[in-house]
Write a protein that binds this ligand. Sequence first.
Ligand code: FAD
Length: 372
Amino acid sequence: MKKVVIIGSGIVGSTIAFELSQNPKLDITLIDQNNPGSGATGAALGLLMGIISQKTKGRAWQLKEASLKRYHTLIEELESLTKIKIPHNKDGIVKLLFEGDNVDKWHKLAETRANQGYTLEVWDKTQLKKRCPEVNLSKVIGAVYSPSDLQISPPILTQALVKGASLRGVNCQFGVKVDNFNVLPSGEDDDKFCTSVEVGGASILADFVIISAGLGSMALTESLGNELKIIPVLGQALLVKSDSWQKEKDFNPVITGNDIHIAPMGNNEFWLGATVEFPNVQEFSMADEQLLDDLHRSAIAFCPILKTAPIMLSWSGKRPRPEGQPAPVIQKLQGYSNIILATGHYRNGILLAPATAMQVEQLIIDDGEFPI
Ligand SMILES: Cc1cc2nc3c(=O)[nH]c(=O)nc-3n(C[C@H](O)[C@H](O)[C@H](O)COP(=O)(O)OP(=O)(O)OC[C@H]3O[C@@H](n4cnc5c(N)ncnc54)[C@H](O)[C@@H]3O)c2cc1C
């Protein structure tokens, strides 16, 4: 059996562990220094904005499309295997359009999506009022509705992925930090080979090492003599409760506008998010209260009923954003034959986790020794 060690059990590492665990010839260990899903994943809103994104070709679209396709089978598969109910919203995503927005661009995208086999509807104000009665029409000119995009609870999804992986034989080690690697030096024509990872004084043997440690990936690659720059981009979000939210019968989609999302979570609760806060010149990021206030006010401007909705909770997380290369980074670590980077997913880690797992599996297959 080939030994695969996955470092980091956020959405990315957990999805890789679950997807690879379908191969009985792999002996997989999943490691996290904390609890699974407690990094950026634990703060995410879980919007899977694929069809409604303006990307229609190239790598970004291919990753989004592959992920969304997999999500439509993955949720059911995980629920049936683990008996964990994964909260997700199948009513789609409504994107508000404002004065100055180019409506033709959205009609064109709807046409392209139709050719690709997906539905995207462009609504006028009357349709929007009928479908989403809480939206303040004075601020908008219409909306774009994507019925196939989803929203999912990232922490519970991660929990289900880890349980599913564990049921399929993945060895999970949580609360332990990978602090070093043992490496065979390279030959004249060969890359270096990592033989094991060090966890609290113990060694775990490896044929392949996957670094999916989010912001922690930078320190790990540094210890391997490689430079991978990932910066933390902070995001804050709120949970509010509105007992008087009006909705069309059996229709309660995510509403988004100007990058502010309102996600109904059941029990009259809504997630509002998220701010995008870059670190300062000292590379230090601290939550800015004013930005959270602005976010709250903008959400109220879209849906005035939220004004009377008490804030139950606020939280923040740091998105791992790669510098000098596009997100996400899915490739072999330069100079190493058996270390694979699956990191730097920035604002789309929940959406792109399944496609990332597919690409990681392909990199292992391409190695030629994969026991399929
Ligand atoms: C407020 C907010 C809202 C967001 N909304 C969305 C959204 O709607 N849709 C979307 O797709 N994305 C969203 N994102 C982005 C998404 O959360 C991230 O892209 C994604 O969670 C990254 O996942 P990850 O597994 O790479 O990293 P993480 O979740 O950070 O996981 C990395 C893990 O590695 C572990 N680790 C690090 N170093 C080590 C080590 N040396 N040894 C052992 N373990 C280690 C950490 O403990 C951590 O658990 C949002 C992010 C934020 C902050």
